[in-house]
Design a protein around this ligand. Structure first.
Ligand code: ADP
Length: 545
């Protein structure tokens, strides 16, 4: 027997319609590429998203067609989030930090018909344009005054394009399983692969993000999206804000410590989201400039994901900002939110050291996704906080295949997706990533967690960043090598670092050597590029090996 409830598809257009009905006057604050801070409301985004949808129709875009953006976080990008997906086309948010060859590859692979881009990327698009066979319209996200002399064929002006259109548009009633947006994984290994989100997965994922034990996005927050809108849909925040009425602050291209700090202060931001590297820049700025964030800011929560959060970062936000770090884990393939770390009532009362032990884990699965651990033979491992295994995930916002079936099937017989991460899960459900499966260090038949050593090393007050890679060893198969970037103007010695680590990690995890480097390579999404480090130190041998 079926239930007798109405069936309405879960569509991205329903989010913008809700926003304008429920919180039309809530502000979206953007620091623009041109410089000034721009303020608008959901009413404006709604109106202009409809104009954008009409403009796309006039450009010949049909439901299912791919429309690309190369853009920072800003109000025009928001309009396209809702205008493109709302009219049934697929919003392809391209990561401008990728190499030009990768950009060419993914835009051609996605067969994007229109490319919208910010003025920062004019030179880049001039170079790419002749190689982008599918793109029939290039649109600069600016007004007439900012249109350049350019070689880009038939370059259109965003503001003129919108001004020529009515702001009436009826969102089509499409199947909720239709594609809404497309993101390519950064492709640290192999070619970038497209993850194609549906309207249904997008809306369910936003519902998940709004729940209190997840990101708790609500009307009472002013949320700064340091996480880029070209990075897994800014962790769902544009959609979650439309759903909840959170006030949004969009920082544009300026993500340095001083720029982020001034937005936090001037807009009295309460919730901020981003990867550890940007927060590192903020913390360094605050300490170098002798600022008093505790007194000046209203920040009370910082959601950090994309890479493991060092313990020292959680402490710094707590002590200097009076803000709680909410550690979260996910991947492009999981929309991205999979687990979120909020403390249980009993854990809040723990002594600080033990509480930090919990907070450095990646947290508990959000309702909707399920997690499991398996050993090398695919046998399920217990959730006892000890057994480390391959982390598998399934749920309605987890990919079932890559775009155009690149790389073939990605699910096992029971529908689980292998995340490529190695983790433990404890009896309360707290998941702890110990490594990427390809980064794990295999020493004498046991696994050493490179992330645990990195985090311990980053607790040293003079260490700016640390990376650990496995180096071949004649006796143990592999042993850890620690690479350290020292804070500007400081010096540090190998013995001091090793001594510091001695009390913080298992004895047999202690790195066999410590090398000091000027910087460490990162991917376009701010993760350590371990493959490059392994390549760089391929011929390195430990002194006593
Ligand atoms: P994103 O684009 O969200 O960074 P990617 O798909 O590029 O996602 O990378 C996902 C990978 O990033 C995960 O499989 C995991 O290895 C790593 N990751 C994400 N969040 C965390 C976290 N909180 N702690 C440790 N690793 C993380």
């Amino acid at each position: 027997m079926f239930g007798l409830m109405q069936e309405h598809p879960l569509l991205v257009s329903s989010l913008i319609e809700h926003a304008v009905a429920s919180h039309p006057g809530v502000e979206i604050v953007s620091r623009t590429v041109e410089g000034p801070v721009h303020r608008c409301t959901w009413r404006d985004i709604h109106r202009r998203a409809k104009q954008a949808a009409n403009a796309l129709t006039a450009l010949g875009v049909k439901p299912g067609d791919r429309v690309a953006t190369l853009a920072w976080n800003g109000y025009r990008h928001m309009e396209l989030y809702f205008g493109v997906s709302g009219m049934g086309a697929v919003l392809h948010t391209v990561n401008p930090r990728l190499f030009p060859e990768q950009l060419e590859y993914i835009i051609n692979h996605a067969e994007d018909g229109v490319l919208f881009f910010d003025p920062s990327f004019i030179a880049l698009v001039e170079k790419l344009a002749p190689k982008l066979g599918s793109v029939r319209a290039f649109v600069l996200m600016a007004d007439r005054a900012h249109m350049p002399e350019t070689t880009i064929p038939g370059l259109l002006c965003y503001e003129e394009l919108l001004a020529a259109q009515y702001d009436e548009f009826t969102w089509p009633d499409i199947d909720e399983r239709s594609a809404a947006s497309l993101c390519y994984t950064s492709g640290t290994t192999g070619k970038p692969k497209g993850v194609l989100y549906s309207h249904r997965s997008t809306v369910l994922h936003a519902f998940g993000a709004c729940t209190v034990d997840s990101l708790a996005v609500s009307r009472k927050e002013t949320a700064l999206l340091v996480v880029p809108m070209f990075h897994v849909n800014a962790w769902s925040m544009p959609y979650a804000a439309a759903m909840s009425g959170a006030r949004l602050v969009l920082p544009g291209p300026a993500l340095d410590g001083a720029s982020v700090y001034s937005l936090l202060r001037d807009e009295q931001v309460t919730l901020a989201l981003g990867v550890p590297t940007v927060w590192l820049m903020l913390l360094q700025h605050v300490s170098a400039a002798g600022l008093k964030p505790y007194a000046e800011l209203a920040l009370h929560r910082v959601v950090i994901g994309g890479a493991a959060v060092p313990r020292a970062m959680i402490e710094a936000f707590e002590d200097d900002f009076g803000a709680i770090v909410v550690h979260a884990w996910g991947m492009t393939e999981t929309s991205p939110v999979g687990t979120v770390n909020n403390l249980l009532p009993t854990q809040r009362a723990l002594p600080p050291e033990q509480r930090l032990d919990v907070q450095t884990t990646q947290g508990r699965a959000v309702f909707g996704v399920r997690l499991k651990l398996t050993d090398g033979e695919g046998r399920t491992l217990p959730h006892d906080g000890q057994a480390a295994g391959h982390l598998k995930i399934r749920g309605p916002w987890v990919a079932s295949a890559y775009y155009r079936d690149e790389g073939g099937p990605i699910l096992d017989d029971e529908g689980w997706f292998d995340t490529g991460d190695v983790a433990t899960i404890d009896s309360d459900g707290y998941m702890h990533i110990t490594d990427r499966s390809k980064d794990v260090i295999k020493s004498g038949g046991e696994w050493i967690s490179s992330i645990a050593i990195e985090n311990a090393a980053m607790g040293h007050p003079l260490v700016a960043e640390a990376a650990v890679i496995g180096i071949a060893h004649p006796k143990w198969q592999e042993r850890p090598l620690l690479l350290v970037v020292v804070k500007p103007g400081q010096t540090l010695e190998r013995e001091v670092v090793l001594n510091y680590l001695k009390d913080r990690i298992a004895k047999w995890w202690l790195p066999d050597d410590v090398l000091f480097v000027h910087d460490l390579p990162h991917t376009a999404t701010g993760k350590l590029l371990k493959a490059k480090l392994r390549e760089q130190f391929r011929d390195y041998r430990f002194p006593d090996a």
